[in-house]
Design a protein around this ligand. Structure first.
Ligand SMILES: Cc1cc2nc3c(=O)[nH]c(=O)nc-3n(C[C@H](O)[C@H](O)[C@H](O)COP(=O)(O)O)c2cc1C
Length: 170
């Protein structure tokens, strides 16, 4: 039985998803730091975290501490099977179900190394992409996110997770 929703969030988008999911499934919700105090080791949880350089941030420590019933990764890229499979393999996950959902991007909330990395990325990507007419949907999304920021968080994006949970509980 899943005991809680546990999340790691840097700028708040993953936390928004954790809020939506825990309410929808009537589960308790903890940040990873709270969960370490509140839940016994090995508790079964749904783990949500943000994507950093192609990997689910904190996956290893979460998997070492808790039983992960499923993992939800939150990034700025648009959803897609290939994108999700890429994140899964780069994170070197176990065989638990993995779902990828689009979160958002807010440069103003980034600090330290994370800000530095994204500033470099943005300063290279935006001039290179602006004005091009041949960008595909994923590239257009990336350009818009880097240039304007954005929040794509919505309960609808969690539908596959909710469906998986309900079918599994039956
Ligand atoms: C250093 C850094 C690397 C990132 N790498 C990726 C990435 O590889 N793929 C992606 O889709 N998003 C990437 N992102 C974007 C975040 O995953 C996205 O903004 C996410 O919604 C952040 O969630 P949070 O608000 O819970 O921290 C990166 C962000 C930062 C700061």
């Amino acid at each position: 039985m899943t005991e809680a929703v546990v999340y790691i969030s840097n700028t708040g988008f993953t936390r928004q998803y954790a809020d939506l999911l825990s309410k929808k499934l009537s589960l308790k919700e903890y940040s990873f730091e709270e969960a370490k105090k509140a839940l016994p080791k090995g508790s079964r949880v749904i783990f949500l975290s943000w994507i950093r350089k192609g990997r689910v941030e904190g996956y290893k420590k979460a998997a070492a501490r808790f039983g992960l019933d499923c993992v939800v990764g939150v990034g700025m890229s648009i959803e897609g099977m290939e994108v999700a499979e890429g994140f899964r393999s780069q994170t070197k996950m176990g065989d638990e179900p993995f779902f990828y959902v689009q979160g958002g991007f807010d440069f103003s909330r980034l600090t330290g190394m994370n800000r530095f990395i994204m500033k470099q990325f943005r300063d290279v990507m935006v001039p290179r992409m602006e004005g091009r007419t041949d960008l595909d949907e994923a590239q257009m999304n990336m350009l818009k996110m880097f240039r304007d920021g954005g929040n794509a968080v919505s309960i609808d994006r969690l539908s596959p997770v909710v469906e998986w949970y309900r079918n599994r509980e039956e």
